[in-house]
Design a protein around this ligand. Structure first.
Ligand code: NSS
Length: 434
């Protein structure tokens, strides 16, 4: 009897024994009396070798019918083989086809254009490169959660359907909501995390967030996953320390747990190994001066756009903090700098190698009156923010937090040209299929 449950990643435990390999054909070639079938099962790839004289006529005949992405169960002996890519091979005894496609698999070895691949994303996710990227994503999320759980944070699941706007009214998805008129898809969990930080002290969330951004750039999705943290009694400086500690932890652990995947993606690990605290910090004002030296036509008060971010992030080997932006270009909830009311206590964190912003964070306005004034100035309906203002009425404390875009972090870690490969099924302004 062959034990059930074999997976290619466990080959070492099965060396010298029989196994039933369940998977899909990723490559097949024959040479007369032999077939070499490369099988994928999601944990790896293994070559199954079929020798005509060692199998039934029927099994050998099946081999000639197998095509790319045929699903099958292959039974045979797992053998250690130092020449095999994964260190093991299977000597086949018997093959049970599960499904042999009637038509040729649409994705072939030849280079396809990005539109074709995006249109076939549901099949593209089976390819080696996508398998590597999505496994790094899975690990990144596991490690992110571990970081916060191990450091005394409480997970707070924040709502997706919300009545108050979290960031800016410019990029909202709206949907009808019974008797309340419209609800918005959450742009951030932050406002709810702030309420929870006054309950638990240290909280985090990780979930999908939505922006109806009209941006068609390599950094923008309309649905992306954000990892957010909020801490009572943290000021902006302490908030930046937390961010650099977390990012360094994530990078260090991903290098360790995804060595094989990053190797496949040919990621330069030396660059990632440099990601250790402290990260350089430059003020917004210093960033503007630096950009001027790089021949950008920018003035104090301008937002720092994508091209500017790229240029700044190419100037540093580590992620760089840009802190304390003008109030005008930032969200209503940020705390004004007590030394200069034109400025708010906040930071962006730009990833190196030209990747740009991966984190936005700030100290929050903890003063009832000035927060209410800002809400009104922004033209927001203060009645919808009664609950948010309450946090400032009952035991208000200085508090800070940040949000990290999982896809942007992953794009940098895997050195991807675009965030669309960093999420299983990307939602873009021009894509809702598949
Ligand atoms: O708008 S952020 O800069 N900040 C917030 O939403 C805060 N409310 C977070 C907080 O303090 N709790 O977005 C945070 C990050 C940003 O740095 C990006 O990495 C990512 O979220 N982000 C995006 N990723 C992909 N696509 C889009 N459109 C996008 N927008 C932001």
């Amino acid at each position: 009897m062959i034990k059930d449950g074999f997976r290619i990643a466990d080959s070492a435990d099965y060396a010298g024994t029989e196994a039933a390999l369940k998977g899909w054909v990723s490559h097949i070639r024959s040479s007369g009396s032999l077939f070499f079938i490369e099988v994928r099962d999601g944990t790896g790839f293994i070559q199954a070798v079929v020798v005509k004289s060692e199998v039934s006529e029927q099994t050998f005949e099946i081999c000639s019918k197998l095509t790319i992405e045929s699903s099958l169960i292959v039974r045979g002996m797992i053998r250690e083989d130092s020449r095999a890519p994964g260190g093991f091979e299977m000597s086949v005894h018997d093959i049970e086809p599960v499904n042999i496609p009637e038509e040729e698999y649409p994705i072939s070895k030849k280079a396809h254009g990005i539109d074709f691949l995006m249109e076939h994303r549901h099949l593209w996710v089976r390819s080696r490169r996508q398998l590597a990227i999505l496994r790094v994503r899975s690990e990144l999320i596991r490690i992110s959660r571990a970081y916060f759980h191990d450091n005394g944070y409480v997970l707070i699941d924040t709502p997706i359907l919300t009545g108050s706007i979290g960031e800016s009214s410019g990029s909202l998805f709206e949907t009808e909501y019974f008797d309340f008129g419209n609800a918005f898809l959450a742009q951030t969990g932050q406002l709810y995390l702030e309420a929870a930080a006054s309950a638990f002290g240290k909280v985090f969330c990780l979930g999908p967030t939505f922006r109806a951004e009209k941006s068609k750039t390599r950094r923008h999705l309309t649905e992306f996953w954000m990892l957010e943290a909020e801490v009572a009694f943290y000021d902006s400086d302490r908030n930046m320390e937390l961010q650099e500690d977390m990012v360094s932890y994530l990078v260090r652990n991903i290098i360790e747990s995804c060595e094989r995947e990053l190797g496949y993606l040919e990621r330069d690990l030396d660059a990632l190994q440099k990601i250790i605290p402290p990260f350089p910090r430059i003020s917004y004002g210093e960033a503007i001066e630096l950009l001027k030296k790089k021949d950008f036509r920018v003035r104090w008060g301008d937002d720092i756009g994508g091209d500017e971010e790229t240029a700044l992030s190419q100037s540093f080997e580590k992620p760089v903090f840009i802190y304390n932006y003008p109030m005008e270009i930032k969200a209503f909830y940020m705390k004004p700098d007590p030394r200069d009311s034109r400025i708010v206590l906040c930071n962006d964190l730009l990833a190196p190698e030209g990747y740009g912003e991966i984190i936005g964070g700030s100290q929050r306005n903890d003063d009832y009156d000035s927060l209410l004034a800002r809400i009104n100035e922004e033209g927001l309906n203060s009645d919808l923010y009664r609950w948010y203002l309450d946090i400032r009425r009952y035991g208000s404390v200085p508090h800070s937090g940040f949000g990290l875009g999982i896809e942007r972090l992953l794009a940098w870690i895997c050195r991807l040209p675009h965030v669309r490969e960093a999420i299983p099924f990307p939602r873009l302004i021009n894509r809702l299929y598949p």
